[in-house]
Each structure stands twice: as C-alpha cells, then as structure tokens.
Design a protein around this ligand. Structure first.
Ligand code: FNR
Length: 189
C-alpha cells in the first residue's frame, strides 16, 4: 500500500480541513495509507538552525522523504494559503540539494465554509508546489464548500453525490501515484 504524507494547513483542533482529510483517508482505505505530518511544533524557517536541525524539522523531512506521495489539504487565508504550509515547504527544500519534495507525486485539495471552497488559496499553493518539484495532479480539482451535514461524526461521507465526487478524486490520485512514481533502482522486471 502506498504511503501518503498528509500536510494539513490548519493547526486548530476542529479544523474542517483536517476532518476533510480524514474523510478522504476513509475513502482511500486499503489503497492509500494516510500519514498526518505534525506541523504545529516546527519552528519558523531559519538558515541558522540547519547546522543543528531541530528534531521536529528532521522528523518532518524524514516523514515526507519516506512517503510515496504527498497530499496538501489547505484552507484559504486571505485569498492565499496559510503560513504553516509555506514554512513546512521551505524546510522541506533545505539544505540546498536535499529537497524532500523533488519528484514526489502530489495532490492538493481544500475546503472552506465559504462558497469559494479555498480555490484561490490553492492557486497560490500550486505555483509553489511546481517550483519545489512536486509532480502535482492537476485534475480533478477539489475546491470544496464545506457543509457539516454532508459528513457523519466518524468522517464518513453521508451525501451520495459528495461521496461519488470525493471517491473519484481518491481513485484518480491512486492512479496518479502509480503513473508518476519513479521506478525503484533495484526493481525487478
Ligand atoms: C480565513 N477564512 C477564509 N475563508 C475563505 O474562504 N477565504 C479567505 O480568504 C479566508 N481568509 C481567512 C483568513 C484567516 C486568517 C482565517 C483564520 C480564516 C475562513 C476559513 O476558511 C475558515 O476559518 C476555515 O474554517 C479554516 O479552515 P480550518 O481551520 O477549519 O481547516
């Protein structure tokens, strides 16, 4: 089963983006193993810390490096994406030459209580993900207008149309990871 490092751009306990990520994880059960990467204890990026890398940074980098893919689940903050994600991305690309995102298959989704569904924030994040060499799936796009009544307490999707829409995303993401993963050096034919 492919391991997916999930980076949620919200630190709050009741984050709808975190809940949304868990709902996707349920839909991917048996095919993708979602691993939620902790971002709340990662200090703000500072070159001076590289010589003696703080433990949360080393953990962040190793969890992303060891994953088969990354999934960004991002709220929209002031028509962009939250600083907590930019900070994680910046750490992931340093020290120079040790970019853990390079050639990693990736997905990007997000949700908002507003009708825009975090789409403008995703567009900003897309441009950064391209620069850091994430092999980002472009379609389908998921700018999701969050409504609590579409989900059960355990994160399963109760609304059939929503379930089909999100299942399609998950199915495409599974295919995307298969298609874009670099062959392992020692893989047998
Ligand atoms: C927001 N929110 C927001 N929503 C949106 O659709 N477009 C926006 O530009 C913004 N801007 C914004 C800025 C800041 C600083 C905050 C804290 C919030 C509202 C946001 O979508 C809402 O708080 C979500 O619930 C945040 O996601 P989580 O934390 O629930 O995952």
């Amino acid at each position: 089963m492919k391991k997916v490092a999930v980076l949620v751009g919200s630190l709050r306990k009741d984050s709808i983006n975190r809940k949304f990520a868990h709902s996707l994880g349920k839909l991917a059960k048996g095919r993708l193993d979602f691993h939620f990467v902790e971002l709340g204890d990662v200090p703000m990026y500072n070159d001076d810390l590289l010589a003696d890398m703080p433990a949360p940074v080393a953990r962040l980098k190793s969890e992303i490096a060891s994953a088969d893919a990354v999934l960004f689940v991002s709220p929209e903050y002031n028509r962009s994406f939250p600083a907590v994600l930019k900070n994680a991305i910046d750490w992931g690309t340093r020290p120079y030459g040790k970019n853990v995102f390079a050639a990693k298959p990736g997905g990007l989704v997000g949700t908002s209580p507003g009708a825009g569904g975090a789409g403008t924030g995703q567009n900003h994040l897309k441009s950064v993900l391209n620069v850091v060499d994430v092999v980002l799936m472009g379609q389908p796009e998921v700018y999701f207008h969050y409504k609590p009544e579409l989900f059960a307490e355990d994160g399963s999707v109760t609304d059939e149309a929503t379930k089909a829409f999100l299942q399609r995303y998950v199915d495409r993401f599974v295919q995307w990871i298969e298609r874009t993963s670099e062959p392992k050096v020692n893989a047998q034919p």
